[in-house]
Design a protein around this ligand. Structure first.
Ligand code: V47
Length: 382
């Protein structure tokens, strides 16, 4: 089966659902990774993208009760719940202005008690601080909630938020689309069709977005394949997705805490299968918060061409027990990419190049030793 898939990949032919299932079932990770790497190098060569970004989760108060979530609190004033004032949220960006990020990524709970103007004012304030900041805010689930809660169409919501400064949508909230799983892990928020419709409308308005899949809990390989096929189907229609980001389930402190976290094999397989099946997506992101910086680095040889960014203030995975650090410096990201034998490219959210860094021929650790001997600092090296 893998030989037939290899023939298709080499010929640039589209893989079907049976191929995708065979890839998920295979334990020959190196064979799958090699194929995914071939596709990755065909598209991007050694170029590996990262950005300087800031995560702000302004509220974790949420009317939905997703089984996998360790972040949400049902009501304001419950222990551990938070809703930032605008000044607190803007302060996160102000604190970074000495080395400003190019993107603010906002993901929140579905808060029942805030006026819509809260979100408009939030975006306007970020733009006031840094007019060229890219605002990648509110998942398809949040957009659907805004439409229902504030009595607007999805298009009206997106138009109002765009007028306030919204530039694109992040990929969260997709979880697993198949109703057999979605009805059990996320039964009181946007359905698969509703999530996809938000992205369809955003793309029709000229906005770009990302897509995710939350794997490693109660879903089967068939459910994963169904998910990827639905994403590929919408992308054929709109071409508005930029990156696909497989998200590893973290079990601490949520309704599925009895389940083990996915293993490194599964992390890498999800990156590779995503690269091979989503032939109409430009970018596959190895999100280091979800899979640790070490696995994310290895994923750069298994189909991923992007490692996300500096982040700094992530709280969703922190609540769910990630052992990844809070943030990485630009130098950390560059080192991870260089030691994987790749060329670091700093990008903005729309993948415009901010700065190309040299690819080094020696591992960075060797450079460091050489450097220490020469009494120089790593960052002055080309
Ligand atoms: O939608 C929540 C996931 C997502 C858990 O667009 C969990 O560039 C694992 O979507 N274990 C939010 N995952 C994060 C997200 C994202 C991340 C990075 C980049 C982009 C992008 C988007 O986090 C949620 C949900 O699927 N999540 N709880 C958990 N316990």
């Amino acid at each position: 089966m893998l030989e037939q898939i290899e023939k298709k990949v080499v010929a640039g032919e589209r893989l079907d659902a049976d191929d995708a299932l065979a890839l998920f079932r295979s334990h020959d990770l190196l064979a799958i990774g090699r194929l995914a790497n071939m596709v990755r190098e065909r598209r991007h060569g050694d170029r590996t993208y990262f950005n300087k970004n800031l995560r702000v989760e302004v509220t974790n108060v949420c009317m939905a009760s997703c089984l996998f979530c360790s972040f949400a609190k049902l009501e304001e004033h419950m222990p551990g719940s938070h809703t930032m004032t605008h000044e607190e949220a803007w302060g996160k960006l102000e604190a970074r202005m000495h080395d400003p990020p190019s993107e603010v990524h906002v993901v929140n709970g579905l808060h029942p008690g805030l006026p819509f103007s809260y979100y408009e004012k939030l975006l306007e304030g970020f733009k006031r601080i840094k007019p060229d900041i890219h605002l990648k805010c509110f998942t398809g689930v949040e957009m659907h909630f805004f439409a229902q809660h504030y009595g607007m169409t999805v298009r009206e919501v997106l138009e109002k938020l765009r007028a306030a400064g919204l530039d694109s949508l992040p990929g969260g909230g997709a979880e697993i689309f198949h109703p057999e799983v979605r009805s059990r892990i996320s039964n009181d928020k946007a359905t698969a069709d509703e999530w996809l419709e938000v992205h369809r409308v955003a793309h029709a308005m000229g906005m770009r977005s990302n897509a995710t899949m939350l794997y490693g809990h109660i879903e089967t390989f068939e459910h994963r394949v169904d998910h990827l096929m639905r994403l590929r189907g919408l992308q054929d229609e709109t071409k508005g997705f930029q990156a696909y980001i497989p998200l590893a389930f973290h079990p601490d402190g949520n309704g599925m805490k009895h389940l083990p976290a996915p293993t490194a094999m599964d992390d890498l397989r999800n990156v590779a299968v995503g690269r091979l099946v989503l032939d109409n997506f430009d970018h596959i992101k190895a999100y280091w918060v979800s899979m640790t910086p070490k696995i994310a680095q290895v994923a750069l040889a298994f189909g991923a061409d992007d490692i996300d960014g500096t982040i700094v203030h992530e709280t969703i995975y922190k609540a769910a027990g990630t052992r990844s650090p809070d943030g990485l410096s630009e130098a950390d990201l560059i080192r991870l990419i260089r030691e994987a034998g790749r060329k670091p490219v700093e990008r903005d959210t729309l993948y415009n190049v901010v700065r190309e860094h040299e690819k080094t021929s020696l591992p960075e650790s060797a450079l460091k030793v050489r450097d220490r001997k020469a009494g120089r600092h790593l960052e002055v090296l080309p």
